[in-house]
Design a protein around this ligand. Structure first.
Ligand code: PGA
Length: 235
């Protein structure tokens, strides 16, 4: 495990964007595992800048996102598909057909989860997985649990997650109660994992990286990953 301490959010973003840029440069047809949330927004902004300046080419990149709210269509401004389109995909030369987010409005969500796992397999697995972390230690929407969920599955969101995400919705009742998420095995199968965390995540980062490995702190499983980079912002 490598921990990079960035002095602030901008440096954290720069560091993370440089690592992703290096991945794309070294392997132009990389499969990127992507994350939503406020933490990676700065990273995506810098990747867009890298593309606009002619330093990055996304034309062969493929992407799979970690998760999606159940019940939200990709055109809903709080869906994770919408987030990815507006924060990254619409601004770089990635082929939209190569971008993947679980379908939150699939009629059969279980089948959709299976399809998503097959898709990741067919793509040859994830080369670099970008992750944020929840205050409760969740990665993707793998919430604290009695066991580690393995593959893509539908989860009931914890009240703490619903509360944390309510800042993006008009009313707390509008926050979806369920989501589809890649599982812990899917995340752990990525060849490289890049976890980004702001200063507000200091306590949970400490528990996840140095505490006991337990499904009660899902991110703690990352201690077992043999190519984990954590970029944490000091303030
Ligand atoms: P945040 O979310 O980046 O908005 O803090 C991270 C997460 O919950 O995974």
């Amino acid at each position: 495990m490598r921990i990079i301490k960035a002095s602030d959010y901008n440096e954290m973003s720069r560091c993370a964007a440089n690592i992703i840029a290096a991945q794309i440069t070294l392997k132009p047809d990389s499969v990127l595992g992507l994350a939503t949330g406020s933490t990676p927004i700065g990273t995506y902004k810098l990747l867009v800048k890298g593309y606009q300046q002619g330093n990055l080419d996304f034309s062969k990149v493929k992407s799979v996102n970690l998760d999606e709210y159940c019940g939200l269509d990709g055109s809903h401004d709080q869906s994770y598909r919408y987030f990815m389109n507006t924060n990254l995909f619409n601004h770089v030369n990635i082929d939209m057909a190569n971008t993947n987010v679980p379908n939150g409005i699939a009629t059969d969500l279980e089948q959709e989860c299976k399809r998503y796992d097959r898709l990741i397999e067919e793509l040859g697995g994830v080369d670099l997985q970008l992750l944020g972390i929840g205050h409760n230690g969740h990665i993707g929407f793998n919430e604290p649990n009695e066991f580690f969920d393995k593959t893509t599955h539908v989860v009931d969101l914890k009240q703490s997650t619903i509360d944390a995400n309510s800042r993006f919705f008009e009313k707390i009742e509008d926050v979806p109660k369920r989501a589809s998420t890649m599982g812990i095995k899917s995340i752990m199968s990525a060849k490289k994992v890049l976890l980004v965390a702001g200063a507000d995540k200091k306590d949970i980062i400490e528990r996840a990286l140095f505490g006991p490995i337990t499904p009660q702190v899902p991110a703690s499983v990352l201690q077992f990953h043999n190519d984990l980079i954590v970029v944490v912002s000091e303030k």
